[in-house]
Design a protein around this ligand. Sequence first.
Ligand code: CA
Length: 345
Amino acid sequence: MNDLSGANASDKPPRVSCSIDLEGKGKRHGHLTVPHSRNDSAWGSVRVPISVIANGDGPSVLLTAGNHGDEYEGQIALTKLARELEPDDINGRVIIMPALNTPAVQAGTRVSPIDGVNMNRAFPGNRDGSVTPMIAHFISSRVLPGIDAALDIHSGGKTLNFVPFAAIHRLPDPDHMERCKQAMLAFGAPVSLILLELDSEGMLDTVVEDMGKVFVSTELGGGGTSTTETIEIADTGVRNFLKHFGVLDGKPVTREERGLPPTRFMDMPDGSCYVAADEDGLFEIVADLGTMVKKGDVIARIHRVGRPDIPASVYRAPRDGMIIQRHFHGLIKVGDCLAAIGIDV
Ligand code: CA
């Protein structure tokens, strides 16, 4: 007879299983199996790809993409990296998950079409939750405890566009923050940013940071596609990240060595860096991505559809800085994040 009194669900093993051994040396491609019984497949499951390449006794690094399904640079770069890396290249262990929220990746959507859950608001996950929190629970309980550092590659998705940046958060322990900062700088994005989250609860970032481990994320572009520029940033960045930890041989390839301007170290000190839309309408960008603006400069207008008889609403820069993010679509809704501003450190 089952006695569940006092049993804590988080102490029980995940209901998600993994088809490969994550511990031993060598190279293996496999998948997580997430039970998903449904009308069209009574004993069905969702498979989440995972690869491990291990050799020697260096650090363990987790590389993830597809946390949001409509962000592509990381999915592309990590699919290639998992194909290319061989154990002889490695000192340590690399765990690669190029399609973290696989159902969202397959659908080309931000959140999972199965349960409507945003993977990056589902951490640390739930053993007995729906598919997305079950994936998050496996990662939190079975993958994260064994790693030293994690890189989660994001882009703007279908609704945002960014000046490509790597990012860390302001952390209470200065030594911890410095370790994250050095890994971010090694990645080598055009901008390296101390990112202020609008809502950090439930993020993979927060769980890894709370474990005291190095965490770096990125925003490499957006609009639901990728460019040669942003793919090069991801391809070089993932290898630079591994080189920084000595998992791959050699020094990170600097931006200067790639014929590019040095990374621009930027900050978002407070919530005044974000501008939200106060109405629905046609979105007219006035200050493009990368523009340096002064407080009070017009950065965008919103026109009411079919109302040339009333003036447009004017949106102004709330502070001096660079436009590092913009709303992507031609239409905007009240409450949408219209733009964000970063400031030089
Ligand atoms: Ca994202």
